[in-house]
Ligand binder design. Structure first.
Ligand SMILES: [Zn+2]
Length: 101
């Protein structure tokens, strides 16, 4: 199931690899695009609405996906907390984080 979603989104988003962030961004873009299209359609501006919705959705979805990130997590060897791959040092004790994989 997970791989089916991954493969599906790869086709949609056309990104290499498939992290939770990318999946979140892809899902967000799809949902945002759909919502933006529906909202924009009511104001007679469906293309712009879809574009804006997709952008907002991708950003929001990326943020959500980043929190669900399970492949590129970094773990603090000192306290065992895990962080997203955007964090290099543990904010609690300053230890350099290690890749979870
Ligand atoms: Zn730590």
């Amino acid at each position: 199931m997970r791989y089916m979603i991954c493969t599906f989104l790869l086709g949609v988003v056309a990104l290499s690899g498939c992290t939770a962030t990318q999946k979140g961004a892809g899902i967000g873009a799809l949902i945002g695009g759909g919502v933006g299209y529906a909202v924009g359609k009511q104001s007679g501006n469906d293309a712009a609405g879809a574009a804006i919705g997709a952008t907002v959705g991708a950003i929001g979805g990326g943020l959500i996906g980043n929190k669900m990130e399970d492949k590129n997590m970094f773990i603090c060897p000192e306290c065992g907390r895990s962080f997203s791959s955007s964090v290099e040092y543990c904010p609690y004790d300053g230890t350099a984080l290690k890749s979870a994989q």
